[in-house]
Design a protein around this ligand. Structure first.
Ligand code: 9MR
Length: 383
């Protein structure tokens, strides 16, 4: 899918009489009082404070939809179904949504003969009501598999049938309603070796199962774009090299693989992966779509427990640069952040002493990172 980045801009700008400058201080939009006073960030004009409206035509700005996974052990109810303010912002700001956990095996296929589609159905319905596309996540992974599967004593033939049936059932259920599927998630380790031990499918069935997963997904929904997705592949490195080689191999075999995506779980402890754009370009050159699928930028929690202005500026810069890299590559039309509020982030649960990785505070106040995204989208839309 190629986007025409500046199409419709003149029209939109004229219709809305937009002041197409960045960082103009104007009144907070009416009906958007959730945000409260902004900290260290320019204010917004009512007409263009939404990421989804600021984005160029054909460019999708997404977020993970919080639920399942680490949320189950937190002292709050399910965010997606229980938090009205959260849902309002989810609908208002984003044109793409990714179930954070609700389509993973342990959630959607809890017993061998039982699927639980309730949460995934609710997200897909919500997305359609709000004119959003959905990224499906995920079909073949080494993590968050149910016990019945990981501990089961299945023959190769049975395992193959189980995977095929799962993919056919889940992808088939949402056929025509999912824009992109993360078919294979995290199949290489950081050295660029296939996960032949911890990935049950590759261990038991061999590397060829990856190609089969794509074939089965394509048969179940020929319109969905099928992706390889991973972390620590933002740069040109051993792991992204392994994907680059795999993609060529799959394409030569005629396997329906359509995209390569970088999760982009970044940390200000490390430098920004400045070769992100050139890395995306080399996959683009193979004819693949590319995407940023899980961006967040964590930081060390400082003494006092609140990020400093300097920390927030650095974080905003990482968000801006990740978005700019995607915008610069023609076939990168999907840019997703892994949640928008610090309230529900996975980061503090997994990284002790780190946090504040999202573009809004726990109270939904927009941080400099939010405005960096908004301004960068508008600048791209202006062309
Ligand atoms: O955000 C997800 C969290 O709620 C789960 O507990 C966790 C379990 O592995 O998975 C998180 O999402 C991951 C995503 O599915 C794949 N890439 C890494 C993400 C962060 O761990």
């Amino acid at each position: 899918m190629r986007s025409i980045r500046s199409a419709g801009l003149a029209l939109a700008a004229a219709a809305l009489a937009l002041p197409l400058t960045t960082g103009t201080a104007t009144a907070e939009p009416s009906g958007d009082r959730h945000a409260g006073p902004e900290r260290g960030a320019p204010h917004s004009n009512a007409a263009f404070d939404r990421l989804r409206s600021a984005a160029p035509e054909g460019f999708y700005v997404g977020t993970a939809v919080a639920g399942g996974g680490h949320h189950l052990s937190q002292p709050y109810p399910d965010p997606f179904t229980s938090d009205k303010e959260y849902r309002r912002i989810l609908a208002r700001q984003f044109s793409s949504v990714s179930p954070e956990n609700q389509m993973k095996w342990d959630f959607i296929h809890p017993e061998r003969d039982r699927y639980d589609f309730g949460a995934a159905d609710a997200i897909v319905d919500f997305a359609e009501r709000n004119r959003q596309v959905v990224r499906g996540h995920t079909l073949l992974w080494h993590s968050q598999n149910p016990e019945w599967l990981e501990q089961g004593d299945f023959s190769q033939e049975e395992l193959r049938a189980i995977l095929r049936e799962h993919i056919t059932t889940v992808v088939g259920r949402y056929a025509g309603r999912i824009q992109q599927w993360d078919v294979a998630n995290e199949i290489f380790d950081d050295q660029g070796r296939l996960r032949t031990q911890d990935n049950i499918w590759i261990r038991e069935l061999g590397p060829g199962v990856v190609a089969d997963a794509f074939r089965w997904a394509h048969a179940a929904d020929p319109g969905a774009k099928l992706f390889l997705n991973d972390y620590n592949v933002e740069s040109v490195n051993a792991k992204s090299d392994a994907y680059h080689a795999l993609v060529q191999d799959l394409l030569e075999q005629g396997v329906p693989v359509h995209g390569f995506s970088v999760q982009a779980h970044l940390s200000t402890r490390y430098g920004f992966p400045s070769d992100l754009e050139s890395n995306l370009r080399r996959f683009d050159a193979l004819g693949l779509e590319t995407a940023v699928t899980e961006l967040d930028v964590r930081m060390d929690v400082p003494e006092g427990g609140r990020p400093t202005a300097a920390q927030e500026r650095t974080q905003a810069d990482y968000y801006r640069r990740a978005l700019s890299a995607c915008l610069a590559v023609d076939g990168c039309d999907s840019f997703t952040i892994w949640g928008f509020t610090d309230k529900y982030s996975w980061v503090p649960v997994f990284f002790e002493g780190e946090g504040f990785a999202n573009v809004m505070t726990g109270d939904f106040v927009r941080k400099p990172a939010f405005w960096a995204l908004r301004d960068t989208l508008w600048a791209a839309r202006r062309g």
